[in-house]
Design a protein around this ligand. Sequence first.
Ligand code: HEM
Length: 149
Amino acid sequence: MVDATSLVATLRTDGGWTPSLTDTPFARLGGADAVRALVETFYDAMSSDEPALAKLHRCDENGRVDTVTRERFGLFLMGWLGGPQDYIAKYGHPRLRMRHSHVPIDLAMRDAWLRCMTKALDQCPLEQAVRHYLDFRFQEVADFLRNQP
Ligand code: HEM
């Protein structure tokens, strides 16, 4: 079974590119600042385009997904993409299914989440094979988190 929390450990050939410990999606994206920018675009897209999904998150007074959520997801994403493992150091194992068990995730929510991530990734200058790889991995983990029919 694929461990959805460990991207780099799972070496597969999806779309012609496979990450390694030295050639990571984190590096291909451009490091920590680029991942932070990706996370901002992702939650901005969620706040503007997917109100039902945004409302499941902590939001600020303007109804936008708040900075705490952005910071936690950003730290997680850096580790998941093969970068620094600060999320685990700070918050422990991500246990993504457990941490989402109180959130009803059906096909519509999964697809709304993926639309936001697609919009955010569209802003990143990525080689096509790397992009294909990331699309595949995000689809996989989003479906792994589905807990409603
Ligand atoms: C598929 C649809 C998804 C929904 C509806 C969803 C929803 C949520 C919600 C409501 C939170 C709590 C944030 C808050 O309270 O403000 C959360 C946190 C989080 N989500 Fe998701 N999520 C989804 C997919 C994903 C995916 C695919 C990933 C990983 C790639 C992910 C990673 C995280 C992480 C790391 C956190 C922070 C956990 C923590 O430290 O507390 N989520 N998500």
